[in-house]
Design a binder for this molecule. Structure first.
Ligand code: SAH
Ligand code: SF4
Ligand code: F3S
Length: 435
């Protein structure tokens, strides 16, 4: 039996693509392994959002080449594959195949060709492929199912490579999404669903918009927890928040990337909202959903970002007090509009200092928020037996906090929602007891 290993290097959408490819290969008779030594086929599912992510892929390829000296079939899929296409195949002579983000359905063909000694490339836009329900995605051992609702992105934020790697926006049919939801709930016994899209708020399938879709998924029997990623603030609507408020199985957890607190920078980023408009949305969420968990993404060191612009970002972070933040140093990406800006680049040392101030401030905010959770009881969806201590289980709250707790009954609770009283916290996670 021929074994394969898929390494996922990117975001949730990238993970979902890995699950689809694993499902296809298993159906074709291959066996999945986590061991690179046992695998005859190693597939890197890649990310190119920042330069560092691309470097990691190239150095990983170098390591694999050195370690196995041509004994294995090596393939690259995902965003680096879409962006570089043929150039990647030419640059890396020991690579057997390159498959773009919209060519994942061709994975077994690529592998077969490679086994016959032929190299394979496909980075075309097979848009209609997305319309079929993906009931074959590999979901064993999972307690949360990713389901893609809209692929690609038409926003072209000036720093971002995603519109080039994932193509134009394409909303998947409502029925296809509902079929996938039913499949995971009824056949795979998974009760938490995360709907994915680069911008879920752009969803539009023959007039069905995102709030309608969310309502429909929420009404499916067996959906205990429903989440979604990512929302673009420019079209994040009150109607959507009202749908969340009206359905108790939709998590009050909203990821609303702001990127910068400065209007000057937001304009140069092409984000299409102002600081005031963004903050109004946060107010609106907090008014309609008294209990809520907010997170965001920020970029520091965008070309032309002054100390004053950065202070405006810090001011938002201190006043909003997010439950979680993802922050990055600006990374120039090939083909993006930001490369043509006349503004001077921010010195790397200044960008690093800004990032560390931002992250340090957020750590304090997060720790304080966690401290306030002590002695309160939260529903936790149990995900796994703790890696560090087998007497403990690990799960997540509605707000996505990682919770460790001791449980006598152990593994049988995996996939279920239990009540946990929080007893101690760190910046990164919570510890509690089963109630
Ligand atoms: N579609 C999502 C996120 C896509 S990428 C959205 O619009 O919010 C995830 C995050 O990576 C972005 O929110 C942004 O903060 C960051 N990012 C994207 N391009 C980047 C770049 N060139 N340099 C640094 N960070 C970047
Ligand atoms: Fe990138 Fe902007 Fe699209 Fe998000 S909305 S994927 S940041 S272009
Ligand atoms: Fe995701 Fe990275 Fe591609 S963030 S969409 S895998 S560039």
């Amino acid at each position: 039996m021929i074994k394969f290993k898929i390494e996922t290097w990117g975001c949730q959408m990238n993970e979902y693509d890995s699950q689809k490819m694993a499902g296809i290969l298993k159906k074709a008779g291959y066996i999945e392994t986590q061991s690179e030594k046992d695998a005859e086929i190693i597939i890197l599912n890649t990310c190119s959002v920042r330069e560092k992510a691309v470097h990691k892929i190239h150095s990983r390829l170098g390591v694999l080449k050195k370690r196995f000296k041509g004994e294995k079939i090596l393939g690259v899929c995902g965003c680096v594959a879409s962006q570089e296409g043929r150039a990647l195949l030419e640059k890396v002579p020991y690579l057997q195949f390159v498959l773009g983000t919209r060519s994942t359905h061709l994975i077994s063909k690529a592998v077969e060709q490679a086994q016959n000694g032929m190299r394979f490339l496909d980075a075309d836009d097979h848009e209609s492929e997305m319309d079929h329900p993906v009931t074959f995605a590999e979901r064993s051992g999972q307690t949360k199912a990713y389901i893609s609702i809209i692929e690609g992105c038409d926003n072209f934020c000036t720093y971002c490579v995603v519109p080039y790697t994932r193509g134009r926006e394409h909303s998947r049919p409502l029925q296809t999404i509902l079929d996938e939801v039913r499949d995971v709930v009824q056949n795979k016994n998974i009760h938490e669903i995360e709907l994915l899209g680069q911008n879920v708020n752009s969803y539009n399938y023959r007039g069905t918009r995102f709030p309608d879709l969310l309502e429909a998924v929420s009404a499916e029997p067996g959906v205990q927890r429903l989440r979604f990623l990512t929302s673009h603030p420019k079209d994040f609507s009150e109607r959507l928040v009202r749908v969340i408020a009206a359905n108790s199985n939709i998590c009050r957890t909203i990821h609303l990337p702001m990127q910068s607190g400065s209007d000057v920078i937001l304009r140069k980023m092409g984000r299409k909202y102002t600081r005031a408009e963004y903050l109004e949305k946060i107010e609106m969420i907090r008014e309609i959903l008294p209990e809520n968990w907010l997170s965001s993404d920020f970029i520091v060191g965008f070309p032309g970002e002054s100390e004053k612009d950065f202070m405006e970002t810090m001011d938002v972070i201190r006043s909003v007090k997010y439950d979680n933040l993802f922050s990055f140093k600006y990374s120039p990406r090939p083909g993006t509009a930001a490369l043509k800006l006349k503004e001077p680049a921010v010195l790397n040392s200044a960008a690093s200092r800004r990032l560390s101030i931002l992250q340090h401030t957020q750590e304090q905010i997060q720790l304080n928020k966690h401290l306030r959770m002590i002695n309160r009881i939260f529903p936790v969806l149990v995900e796994s037996v703790s890696k560090k201590n087998p007497d403990f289980l690990t799960g997540r709250t509605e707000g996505n906090h990682v919770v460790h707790f001791k449980a006598g009954r152990g593994a049988q609770l995996i996939g279920r929602i239990v009540n946990v009283e929080i007893k101690s916290v760190t910046m990164a996670s919570l510890k509690g007891v089963l109630i």
